[in-house]
Design a protein around this ligand. Structure first.
Ligand SMILES: *Cc1c(COP(=O)(O)O)cnc(C)c1O
Length: 220
């Protein structure tokens, strides 16, 4: 199947409330153009440098999502254009995003990444770290960021029940925090699900899926 065919097939399957992030990391400009010409406007990258290079070349109506782990010292390179940062996992990082957003007189939308997997290698906050961030006095002083949702990655396992449980847990936390709104905490987005598990994620309440290999083919 071509990129266009794969993309359109997936889009057709997604419920209306679920937003598709086409994960184009490692893929060439021509692949992104093919998806763009088929109507896709939201792309996800996991390396800041690579995202910046692609942003420079490609049409400016693309929304770029940073889905990877973010190093604090690199936030400045994407602060002028990034539309959503999925992987915020420390208060230090959030403060830097706020600072860089302010320099560009804009607001940057962020998701807090929660650790839901059974593996120690996946980044993310545990529930007490999450509570600590959003309940801190300093959090409310950050005027150039908005936390618009949560992001999580399930364990890489064929055990569907386990994946389901992990997504269900994230949805539970999301619901707990959803009513807890303030100026910079307005949870609407639940980013969970990749090529291998997005159907399960949607069953468990995902509103945003990040799909790469099922659209663009496998990466080396
Ligand atoms: C690479 C990546 C994806 C997409 O993975 P696929 O299995 O290719 O769909 C989704 N989310 C994150 C955080 C990623 O790094």
């Amino acid at each position: 199947m071509s990129i266009k065919e794969s993309l359109l097939k997936i889009k057709e399957e997604l419920p209306d409330i679920v937003t598709l992030v086409a994960v184009s990391k490692t893929k060439p400009i021509s692949d992104i153009e093919e998806a763009y010409n088929a109507g896709q406007r939201i792309f996800g990258e996991n390396k800041i440098q690579e995202m910046v290079q692609k942003w420079e070349i490609l049409p400016k109506d693309i929304e770029w999502h940073m889905i990877g782990h973010v190093q604090t010292n690199k936030v400045k390179y994407m602060a002028s254009f990034v539309s959503l940062i999925h992987g915020v996992d420390s208060f230090k990082l959030l403060k830097e995003i706020n600072k860089q957003a302010k320099k560009h007189s804009r607001n940057i939308n962020c998701l807090l990444q929660v650790h839901i997997a059974d593996e120690t290698t996946k980044f993310g906050l545990n529930t007490s770290e999450l509570d600590k961030i959003i309940n801190s006095d300093e959090f409310n002083t950050l005027e150039n960021i908005t936390i618009v949702g949560l992001m999580g990655m399930a364990t890489f396992t064929p055990n569907k029940e386990q994946i389901k449980k992990e997504f269900n847990f994230l949805k539970f936390i999301f619901n707990e925090l959803k009513n807890n709104t303030s100026n910079n905490l307005q949870l609407q987005i639940l980013s969970m699900g990749m090529s291998g598990d997005y159907k399960t994620a949607i069953e468990e309440g995902s509103t945003m899926v990040r799909i790469g290999s099922s659209i663009f083919g496998s990466r080396n």
